[in-house]
Ligand binder design. Structure first.
Ligand SMILES: C[S@@+](CC[C@H](N)C(=O)[O-])C[C@H]1O[C@@H](n2cnc3c(N)ncnc32)[C@H](O)[C@@H]1O
Length: 370
């Protein structure tokens, strides 16, 4: 997942360290992987509110933010794994012995005939091997019932699903069989879902917030209605003119448990299941961002904004972001080196089929009330 994790070590972390301790809450309006929200929640003694348009994001952040103590993961794992194993044993998924066009067709055919296993039916033989897909369904169907164990287990499963997907860093399209891609498909499909799930559940259980926070699945401009003057607001909006939901639809399906009807080589869900954002529409992004900053300026909150310094495919640019910020706030600026996932929005040649990332400069703006 494209995240601000590396920027936390490259300027952003220091800025948060200067501003977070005096804020009453930290509000991350585009929380994505939850990297920044989780960083703040585990380091500073303030509640964190994380929101994003996509459901999976609230799960990832919620697994840490909504908990002030470590979880006893062994008992949770034993019950979860036992229940999933019972479901898994009812199926006999074909094992991956060799990757070829023919074997992949057989895996897809087998998977498409599993009506009771929604993730397998949608993604088996595409993003996941049949064995992985049946395990993902089995774990998804047997999540712990009680909170916070349920959210922590689901966040672990999202991480597993992200690591096992035979796709280039996001889940817009799986690799298609071919001389170059077969190696990547083989590497992804060699990953063992149960042992990864156990390992991630174990490590995630130990991470918790200093103060209990909350998560929301919401549009940033609506979520901003709840912002208070004493909040520190983090704003890391989309920079791509292609909807994020196109890149993370498989994770959204794991989070909701239901992919619905999917189609095409990307196994795309129907449009109603793909949250649409004004921030990824070239005619809407600048207006959406201006409205958001005007609202936050009226509230008198302090904000940190990160954005690529160059022109971006959603019509926003570093210059526009700087200008809009200046209309509503006093602005302090920092420029750092960064790496962006191109998310389909920038032309970068990718010879080996791996994720397209390119180096560029990124702005970090600190906004304080005028
Ligand atoms: C640049 S990413 C944020 C990455 C995040 N800071 C991290 O470290 O992972 C932008 C995020 O904005 C979300 N998003 C897009 N439009 C949105 C909207 N209108 N309201 C809230 N979130 C939105 C996307 O789902 C995506 O997760």
């Amino acid at each position: 997942m494209g995240s601000k994790r590396s920027m936390l070590l490259n300027g952003l972390g220091d800025l948060v360290a200067e501003t977070a301790p005096t804020a009453k809450r930290f509000v991350d309006l585009f929380s994505g992987s939850g990297a920044v929200a989780i960083h703040v929640a585990t380091k500073y003694d303030i509640p964190v509110v994380a929101s994003d348009l996509q459901t999976y994001s609230a799960v990832l952040a919620g697994a840490v933010l909504e908990r002030q103590t470590a979880l006893e993961w062994e008992k949770i794992w034993d019950a979860w794994h036992g229940a999933a194993k019972t479901i898994y044993s009812r199926h006999r998924p074909p094992k991956v012995e060799r990757i070829s066009k023919k074997s992949i067709e057989e895996f897809r055919d087998w998977s498409s005939r599993r009506p009771s296993m929604p993730l397998t039916k949608a993604y088996g033989g595409h993003f996941y091997s049949p064995v992985q897909a049946i395990w993902l369904d089995a774990f998804r169907a047997t999540l712990p019932v009680k909170q916070p164990a349920r959210t922590v287990a689901l966040a672990a499963l999202l991480d597993v699903a992200s690591r096992c997907a035979a796709s280039p860093g996001h889940t817009a399209q799986p690799f298609q069989p071919g001389r170059m891609a077969n190696r990547y498909i083989g590497e992804a499909w060699a990953k063992d879902v149960p042992s990864l799930s156990k390992e991630i559940l174990r490590s995630l259980s130990k991470v918790h917030a200093k103060q209990v926070g909350t998560t929301k699945t919401a549009d940033a401009n609506s979520a901003a209605d709840d912002v208070k003057e004493t909040d520190l607001v983090f704003i890391d909006p989309p920079y791509s003119g292609v909807q994020y939901s196109r890149f993370y639809h498989v994770l959204e399906s794991v989070a909701t448990g239901s992919p619905g009807e999917v189609s095409g080589s990307g196994r795309n869900p129907t449009r109603e299941r793909r949250p649409q954002s004004r921030y990824s529409i070239i005619t809407g992004a600048t207006k959406a961002f201006s409205e958001l900053l005007a609202k936050l300026g009226d509230k008198g909150a302090t904000c940190i904004v990160t954005f690529p310094a160059h022109d971006c495919s959603n019509g926003l640019s570093g210059d526009a972001v700087r200008k809009i910020a200046g209309e509503n706030f006093k602005v302090k600026e920092k420029l750092v080196q960064s790496r962006f996932s191109t998310l389909g929005g920038v032309n970068v040649k990718v010879g080996n089929g791996r994720v397209a990332r390119h180096a560029a400069e990124e702005l970090i703006l600190t906004l304080s009330p005028k």
